[in-house]
Design a protein around this ligand. Sequence first.
Ligand SMILES: Cc1cc2nc3c(=O)[nH]c(=O)nc-3n(C[C@H](O)[C@H](O)[C@H](O)COP(=O)(O)OP(=O)(O)OC[C@H]3O[C@@H](n4cnc5c(N)ncnc54)[C@H](O)[C@@H]3O)c2cc1C
Length: 302
Amino acid sequence: MMHDLAIIGGGVAGMTAAIYAARAGINTVIIEKAGFGGQAALTAKIENYPSIKEIEGFELAANMKMQVDALGVESRSADVTGVEKADGVFHIATTDGDIEAKAAIIANGVRRRELGIEGEERLRGRGISWCAVCDGGFFRKKKVAVIGAGNSALGDAIYLSNLCEEVYLIYRRPYPTATKSYMDALEGLENVHLMPRHIPLEIMGENRVSALKIKNLDTDEESELEVNGIFEAIGLIPDNDVFANVVELDQNGYIVADDEMRTKTEGLFAAGDTRQKHLRQIVTACADGAIAATAAQEYLSR
Ligand SMILES: Cc1cc2nc3c(=O)[nH]c(=O)nc-3n(C[C@H](O)[C@H](O)[C@H](O)COP(=O)(O)OP(=O)(O)OC[C@H]3O[C@@H](n4cnc5c(N)ncnc54)[C@H](O)[C@@H]3O)c2cc1C
């Protein structure tokens, strides 16, 4: 069946685009490979979405998905593996078969950066995590290390401090780079140990993580920190190689789109964290989604 609009990615950008498109009477399919809500759904607490003082990320995402469903948008669980445009139609290859649409919005967000150190590949799924909210429960009353110094890392450390016996926060810089609210929340948490000027060298363990080899950058001293789990929170990177044939990517791999979210391919739009932009937040991702859907509507009506 030919759809008017296909949205790739069911994060807040994609879901907002779906809401706007459905309300405009556009026959829409939204394709999500993991869980609807994307990064927002994995965030413990959101305090900067206008009109909502505080909400769990999962709840915000679930509310949005209910709204999408209530508007009759078709949801598909699949990984998009390629997009091509031929004779004015987008052919979207997915792990659940091909989808055809007259217009498309790429809203695939970003993926988490990995450390790339020894032991990471071997012990993947055996004590290494990129999501404290998802996996923290497996480390109840255990010792864990969080790698990173930004909002994500501090958010993870704060969240894990309620579950774990000890939390070691390891970062290269002299000070965390997180915003004041995270720094304030960290204060007084006796089981969170800040370890500035340290870098991870190797994740150790036979079948599961048992220690992290670290290096003190001021003394060059190497040591082993006994931990059961490692949470990596060292940033996010785009994942757009699969779309490189139909969009322009900047030097960092983000999709280049104009103010109307139009890419270099007519009828193809980009929204949210995946595109080149200054501020990657829920409110800006939602705004992108709304603009992209409106631009898609104009394209379709032409
Ligand atoms: C730990 C953390 C805390 C944060 N806290 C805040 C906060 O407090 N306030 C705030 O405003 N922002 C916060 N952010 C940022 C905010 O979550 C993001 O800017 C926003 O959610 C981006 O939404 P998105 O829809 O563009 O992308 P994403 O949320 O990344 O969603 C993209 C979706 O596309 C799917 N996808 C990817 N590739 C494919 C494919 N090939 N096929 C099908 N589906 C695909 C993914 O599975 C994902 O669900 C936080 C981010 C993190 C990581």
